[in-house]
Design a protein around this ligand. Structure first.
Ligand code: ZN
Length: 334
């Protein structure tokens, strides 16, 4: 931990900060990436350091007190009218990667209000979730835990999902160590993250909608995500290169961000305001921009340079697991 004074970019009241000395996924050396990335909510400034080995981006510095960067409207209701479609697509991908549910257990890390848990339950999974504030999911009738440690007792799990939660964790490698310990032999972990190596990220840089520092503490591409799976003892079995509404809206809002001094205005209007003429006009603007963005999303996805990556990996089966050492040595796969 360092004092605030050592980083002139962050506001004086930001509190204690952390700086990553080595890559969280592979232990590699960090070098310069983005020099100035601005938090669209607070206006605080950060940098992104990039691993020279696997390409994982690290927000720098990382505030210890992240609560002030989320605010009261961050959790829940972020998908709007696409929520059901999004949950259905994810449940179908889980079935392709992990097989039919057949009453097995599934844990969703960062479950929000439980929209995906609801869909997974309909597909036949016995579900549980984790969330920093589990009240919304509990109110919806789900078993929800505040920490991975607490969720472990309800395991083991045949499938663990992280839908855009991995990049928010303070220690992805440590979290994966915990998740692998909760996994049934041959179980599946599926993670979805914004793709920092995609065309959208490269085109817009600091204006990229999905950069979202400092809530996104880490910035994955396909190489660094695969590396995290591998050093955790998992084998990648599937990859998808889009989550269409993330990709489409990313093109729209990033374009507006590049043109405007006030970032994410369209997104804020669509997700947090209810009714009013500005709300209706914003939907018309969003509809037109999204239609224009669809061809870019299709081509980027086909080229495997989409704005989102979804990767599924499997743990060792029971017979193989018994042959492995009890823990993976730090710094990488042997
Ligand atoms: Zn690395």
């Amino acid at each position: 931990m360092q004092s605030r004074k050592q980083n002139p970019l962050v506001r004086q009241d930001a509190g204690p900060i952390r700086r990553q000395a080595r890559c969280n996924a592979c232990g590699g050396t960090l070098g310069p990436g983005l020099a100035d990335a601005t938090d669209p909510l607070t206006g605080d400034h950060f940098a992104v350091l990039v691993c020279q080995s696997c390409g994982l981006g690290h927000t720098d510095p990382q505030p210890d007190d992240l609560a002030r960067y989320y605010g009261p409207t961050y959790h829940g209701g972020r998908h709007g009218p696409t929520a059901i479609y999004c949950a259905l697509r994810r449940a179908l991908r889980v079935r392709r990667a992990a097989g039919a549910a057949q009453g097995r257990r599934l844990l969703d890390v960062g479950c929000g209000e439980g929209t995906f848990l609801q869909m997974a339950r309909r597909f036949g999974w016995r579900v549980a979730g984790t969330e920093l504030n589990p009240a919304l999911a509990r109110a919806a009738g789900f078993e929800a835990f505040e920490t991975l440690e607490a969720a472990r007792g309800a395991g083991p799990y045949a499938c663990i999902t992280l839908w855009h939660s991995l990049e928010h964790l303070t220690d992805p490698r440590g979290a994966f160590r915990q998740l692998v310990a909760m996994l049934e032999p041959g179980g599946t972990i599926i993670a979805a993250v914004p793709n920092s190596a995609g065309w959208q990220a490269r085109a817009f840089g600091r204006s990229w909608f999905h950069l979202d520092v400092p809530r996104h503490l880490f910035h994955f591409g396909p190489r660094s995500l695969a590396r995290l799976f591998e050093v955790s003892g998992l084998s990648v079995v599937r990859r998808w290169d889009h989550e269409v509404e993330y990709d489409v809206f990313g093109w729209c809002q990033s374009t507006l961000n590049a043109l405007s001094k006030k970032p994410n205005q369209l997104y804020e209007t669509l997700t947090h305001r209810r009714g009013g003429s500005g709300f209706a006009a914003s939907w018309i603007v969003a509809g037109a921009l999204c239609a224009a963005a669809l061809p870019a999303v299709s081509v980027a996805s086909l080229a495997r340079r989409g704005s989102t990556i979804v990767m599924a990996a499997r743990g060792a089966s029971a017979s193989k697991a018994s042959m492995l050492p009890a823990s993976t040595p730090p710094g990488g796969t042997p």
